[in-house]
Structures are given as C-alpha cells and as structure tokens.
Design a protein around this ligand. Structure first.
Ligand code: NDP
Length: 345
C-alpha cells in the first residue's frame, strides 16, 4: 500500500547513493574523516566494475585486477573505517528542505545533511524491435555474466567502443563466432583493444550496420536478428530520413549490447539539481563536485561524460567526500555560535 514513508533512522551527516567505485572511494574518505557515511547500494551493488573482467589500467595493479575484486576490496576498506552499507534503491528525493530526505523503494525514508550522488550509469539499449521482451532471454548487457551460456553459439555484439571489444574478446572464449555490429566503419575503442579483437580469428566486424529487430521468444531465446546497413553508416538515421538501406536477417543465438551507458539520474527529476542534456548531474564550474544544490555533490560516471574510467571515478569520489566534508564543517561552524574573545567562562 502506498503511503507516507516511515523514517526509522536519525539524520545522517552524509549519505552516499551508489556503491560503485566512486561511491566506495567517497565512503573511504568520509569514513576515515569520521563522518560515518551511510552508503545506499542501489540496484546494481558494486556498479559496472562487477560486470567487467580484468581491469588492466588501474594504477598499482601491474598484473591487472578483477573488477569484482577491486570493488570488494574497496568495500572492505570503507567498512574498516566505519562506513555503513544498506541495500536499497532511491526512488525520490526532497532537496528543497533540510535535512534532505531520500525515499527508498521499500518505503523507508533516510534523512541527511549532505548527499553524494554516485549512481553511475546503466547500459544503453539500442531501441531494437522486441528488445523489451527478449532482454534477459538471449539479449544481454553483460558478457561476463551471460557469456558462458553461449558455448558453441554464434553471437552478435552491438557497439564499437572499448566495452564492445572487451565483450567480444570475452565471448570468443565460449562462442564459435562473434560478430561485432558497429554503426560506422571506424571504431571508437582504444588501439590496444582494437588490435586484440581484430587479431582474434573468431571475431569479425559488420561495419555501417545496426540492429533493427531481434527474433525469438522467451521460450526459445534469441534465434535471429534483422540488421540494416548503409555505406555511409548510421543506417537507422537513414531510414528516418526516408533513404534506402540494406536489410538482412541473420541467424544468431545471442545478442550483447555494448553501446555505452546512460547516467542514472531519473530519481533527481523535478529536483533543483540541474542535469545536462545528456542526463549527467551538472557540477559547478571549476574543480569541484558541487552541484546546483548546496550540500549535494556528484561523483563518478553520473557527472562524467568524458573520461568514465575506474580511476577517474575513484578520483571524483574522493573529491566529493572532501567537498562534502568541507561543506559539513563550514555548516557546523555556522550553526555553533562562536565564543566571543574575552567572554567570561
Ligand atoms: P563508448 O561510449 O565509448 O562506446 C559506445 C559505442 O556504442 C560507440 O561505438 C557508439 O557508436 C555505439 N553506440 C552508441 N549508441 C548506439 C546505438 N543506439 N546503436 C548502436 N550503437 C551505438 O562506451 P563504452 O562502454 O565502450 O566505454 C565507456 C568508457 O569506458 C570509455 O571511456 C572506455 O574507454 C572505457 N572502457 C575501458 C575499457 C578498458 O580499457 N579495458 C573497457 C570498457 C570500457 P559511435 O562510435 O558511432 O558513437
């Protein structure tokens, strides 16, 4: 039954929404500074790194480190300093009044003086026909989670960035063939990843092509796909422009989306926190994680349309904690009347 959320907790100094590497880094810093942060884990605890294989470019791990291991270590580190973690998904927030109030999907309300939004980003769906009904039934956004179901299969990977290369390389361990379907004829991925994928004998590329429709059923899984292509790329946009494109139906046993991510900012809709056209939380000019609401800070992929690396997310997480700590300190100084010099004891 819908109703007024029940407040069962005291007002926190600092709540961090999101438990990916940005949220964890913020939690380590804030807990170490004795701000007792509460971390609300969100729908995908641990964030995107738990869906990846090896992280090779995180400083300090010359042999690479597993994404999940990195996250587990970060969480242990935050807990060691006293950060508290709760399962929960934030559905709405009230930021116009203080303390801020967060409404969780289980009906609980959490109140806090300062808030760090580290909600990250989720896999982008490409808008193919039937993707709604077949997501999780042969369409996947995570090769490391679902790749092993495709031993001996022929699969498609949609996208042309580092994630697409990584997914293709991972899937090639199980699948007979992996076809990367990319909407242009030039990859966005880094040179090293492109080289690895191009040199793999089981990986091929379908250039200037997009996924129009997925065929299959929940019972049978994915059985095929309709691809469209155009010599100048972006075939779906050509269809929208009324141009002719080539269409082909291919047999496939699985489709993996690796078409980038969209920031998770839905819960901020209607609040005074400004969000950019791309859906990212806007931070104020200069080197800061402050948002358009005093006391609300952003960290990680949710504020970052450019870098989106594990190490930069961890970096902005620590920045957000330092910014929040400074703000909380200034706020408590303002709230505590100073003892006038020379006043009586
Ligand atoms: P990117 O945004 O880099 O790439 C997304 C890809 O998907 C692009 O090639 C894009 O095409 C394509 N795409 C976007 N929307 C659609 C659509 N609607 N239909 C079809 N194709 C679409 O995202 P990634 O997740 O690959 O990478 C994100 C960040 O994470 C990057 O900074 C990357 O370097 C990093 N990363 C690093 C890894 C590593 O170093 N091991 C591994 C994975 C990610 P187009 O190119 O035409 O825009």
């Amino acid at each position: 039954m819908a109703g007024t959320p029940t407040t069962t907790r005291p007002v926190h100094d600092l709540v961090i929404v999101g438990s990916g590497i940005a949220g964890l880094s913020a939690a380590v810093y804030a807990a170490r500074a004795d701000f007792d942060p509460l971390v609300i884990e969100g729908p995908e605890p641990g964030g995107q790194l738990t869906l990846t294989t090896d992280v090779e470019n995180y400083l300090g791990f010359p042999e690479g480190v597993g994404g999940t291991e990195l996250i587990m270590r970060g969480r242990d580190q935050a807990e060691r300093f006293g950060a508290e973690f709760v399962h929960g998904v934030v559905e709405g927030v009230t930021l116009e009044t203080r303390p801020f109030e967060l409404r969780l999907s289980d009906g609980e309300a959490v109140r806090t003086h300062a808030l760090i939004v580290a909600t990250g980003a989720s896999a982008r769906w490409v808008g193919a026909e039937n993707e709604d009904s077949l997501m999780g039934y042969g369409i996947s956004t995570c090769a490391t989670c679902d790749g092993a179901f495709h031993r001996g299969d022929d699969v498609l990977v949609i996208g042309g960035g580092d994630s697409a290369m990584e997914e293709a390389l991972f899937l090639a361990k199980f699948a007979d063939s992996v076809t990367v379907v990319h909407r242009r004829d030039e990859l966005r991925a880094s040179e090293v990843m492109v080289e690895r994928a191009r040199n793999h004998e089981d990986i091929t590329f379908h250039w200037n092509a997009e996924l129009l429709a997925v065929h299959g059923s929940r019972e049978a899984g994915v059985t095929g796909a309709t691809l469209v292509s155009h010599p100048n790329g972006y075939p779906k946009a050509r269809i929208d422009d009324g141009l002719e494109v080539e269409r082909e139906v291919v047999d496939t046993d699985g489709i993996f989306y690796a078409a980038g991510h969209v920031p998770n900012t839905d819960f901020l809709e209607g609040t005074p926190v400004d969000v950019t056209l791309s859906g990212h939380v806007e931070t104020l000019e200069g080197t800061t994680t402050e948002t358009t609401v005093e006391g609300v800070f952003g960290a990680g992929d949710v504020i970052d349309p450019n870098y989106r690396q594990a190490i930069t997310s961890a970096g902005t997480g620590s920045m957000a904690a330092l910014d929040a700590e400074g703000w909380l300190d200034r706020r408590s100084e303002r709230a505590t009347p100073s003892v006038a010099a020379g006043a009586d004891d």
